[in-house]
Write a protein that binds this ligand. Structure first.
Ligand SMILES: Nc1nc2c(ncn2[C@@H]2O[C@H](COP(=O)(O)OP(=O)(O)OP(=O)(O)O)[C@@H](O)[C@H]2O)c(=O)[nH]1
Ligand SMILES: [Mg+2]
Length: 521
């Protein structure tokens, strides 16, 4: 067999390769040029949960040369069982055998093992036991990493034309989002290409790098910081054979994990369905293009029609339910306004400490966590001041940069509560490296919610996390009130500003409206 390959190969002066299955069956015969082979489409040999593809490549090297980088890249990207090159001697006889295989994760992070060249008669033709044990080792390691992490492992990816610093900051936030979704982000790949690749965002070489890193670190998930079109999700999924999520889907995922009340659940499901519906539609046009020529509707298309109709039915049902829930909420709101108590709403970027502040101000126990989007439901509590003065304080879902529009829409009724507020406390995490960006984002969303006219107190939280000097300087620069939600002895200035706002006072209240532009004093 080997001799047949080498003589033929020498005669036509091209590489010849065969792809063999575990059972020794030949699945493909490949003819290349002098230097390399073109690997065919292997989509019939999907990896699924396996670490290796179940195919080994045996091919000729015309000049009896060792495995080169291209060979090793093919081995890794295609997850071949083995790659074997048979060197050809000048007389056309088989020369050395060059063999390499992938390695399970190891402390030195080596991706593959290259064996020393050996004469052909030393090659043990029965490779099955070896391959079995190699695969077993892969899956043992995989199970172990999963058990240790207990979480899905993801590589974060960003391809953008934004400035490096913006791109990095957005990636930091994506990492926090991943953590909040209980996904462990084990690596990052960033690219700032001149032109974004229309189908994969990343360039070809970069995508190869991603696959290699994923293989090395056993990641099974790619999370893009950019929102992807349905076509992009599909293409990247096919090329990498990994699960692909974008920023919006990740946020929706967190919301879905975190939704407790019926209303929150309905809102999140609505947003998810609305996000998915066009993706179903897109797939159907792709299919109908394939089956279109035959004149009939393919079975795939029919199923998709059903899927789409179901999704639309469900959306309609959820919308009706949400209306009822919103009406009940409106009645509760009305009762509250009848109470004529002033309403103070705490708004701000997610994780700013809003719920912690509500709890501390009103001695209540709303859940707080060092995770993004800990709160999805509005909480309402009373806060008493001396002299029988009383206000209602509400806490609500946090904001985030590039909030998916569907989500904002779905949370409209929750956010509607903010319309009743007589005063907003815009709470900011003073220790955040993205403070400026976060303030701008919150102001922008407040404008979108038509809340620009509501008087707003800017309050910087987590003073304990920066030194006093910095705290004073930053607060002064933004005209903000400083406090730490974890220390009630720091609340005095904020309480005073709230009281002054409603009942006047010796000191003019520090109230600002959200200005039309984002310039900060
Ligand atoms: N060091 C410090 N940590 C704080 C302070 N206030 C809140 N935190 C912490 O910040 C994290 C977020 O607090 P939350 O109150 O859940 O924040 P939130 O704004 O309600 O967040 P979402 O509901 O997720 O939008 C928690 O781990 C809090 O314990 C503070 O003054 N100092
Ligand atoms: Mg909260």
């Amino acid at each position: 067999m080997a001799r047949l390959l080498t003589t033929l190969s020498q005669e036509i002066n091209r590489q010849i390769g065969i792809l063999l299955g575990r059972d020794g069956k030949i699945h493909f015969v490949l003819v290349g040029d002098q230097r390399q082979l073109m690997i065919p489409d292997l989509s019939d040999f999907r990896l699924g949960k396996r670490a290796l593809r179940g195919l080994r490549l045996v091919h000729t090297h015309l000049k009896n040369e060792a495995l080169n980088q291209e060979d090793l890249t093919d081995l890794a990207l295609l997850r071949l069982d083995l790659i074997v090159a048979i060197g050809i001697l000048p007389n056309g006889e088989p020369g050395q055998i060059y063999l390499a295989h992938l390695l399970p994760p190891n402390p030195s992070d080596r991706l593959y093992e290259i064996h020393p060249p050996m004469p052909i008669h030393q090659l043990d033709m029965n490779l099955s036991p070896f391959l079995k044990s190699l695969e077993a080792e892969f899956s043992r390691q995989q199970a172990q990493t999963r058990a240790i992490a207990g979480q899905e492992q993801a590589i974060l990816v960003s391809a953008s034309k934004a400035s490096r610093i913006d791109q990095e900051e957005a990636m930091d936030e994506l990492a926090e989002l991943a953590r909040s979704a209980r996904i462990s982000a084990i690596d990052r790949v960033m690219q700032r290409p001149k032109a974004l690749h229309p189908k994969t965002l990343l360039g070809k070489g970069k995508l190869k790098e991603v696959i290699m890193r994923a293989l090395q670190q056993q990641a099974e998930l790619l999370i893009f910081d950019q929102n992807l079109s349905p076509l992009q999700v599909r293409t990247i999924g096919e090329v990498t054979e990994m699960k692909v999520l974008d920023r919006t889907q990740l946020i929706l995922d967190i919301f879905a994990q975190r939704a407790h009340s019926r209303e929150a659940k309905v809102q999140v499901e609505l947003a998810q369905l609305r996000y998915r519906l066009p993706r179903l539609a897109e797939r159907s046009t792709a299919l109908s293009r394939l089956t279109g020529g035959i004149g009939g509707r393919g079975p795939g298309e029919t199923r998709l029609e059903v899927d789409r109709r179901r999704a639309r039915d469900r959306i309609a049902r959820l919308e009706r339910e949400l209306k009822l829930l919103a009406a009940a909420r409106a009645r509760r709101r009305q009762k509250r306004t009848q109470n004529r108590l002033p309403i103070v709403s705490i708004v701000g970027y997610t994780n700013a400490g809003k719920s912690t502040l509500l709890n501390a101000l009103t001695q209540s126990k709303v859940e707080t966590q060092d995770l993004l989007f800990a709160t999805l439901d509005t909480a309402t509590r009373r806060l008493r001041f001396p002299r029988e003065r009383e206000v209602i304080v509400t806490d609500t879902v946090g904001f985030i940069q590039s909030l998916p529009p569907d989500l904002l829409g779905a949370f409209r009724s929750t956010l509607d509560e903010l319309q009743d507020a007589h005063l907003l406390i815009h709470l900011v995490d003073i220790a955040s490296p993205r403070l400026e960006q976060q303030i701008k984002t919150v102001k922008k969303i407040l404008r979108e919610l038509d809340l620009s006219e509501t008087p707003t107190l800017l309050a910087f939280n987590k003073l304990d996390r920066v030194d006093a000097e910095t705290a004073n300087a930053v607060c002064a620069r933004y005209g903000a009130i400083g406090l730490s939600a974890r220390r009630s002895d720091t609340f005095e200035p904020l309480l005073k500003a709230i009281e002054d706002n409603f009942w006047g006072g010796s000191q003019a209240p520090r109230v600002e409206s959200v200005s039309a532009n984002d310039r900060v004093p």
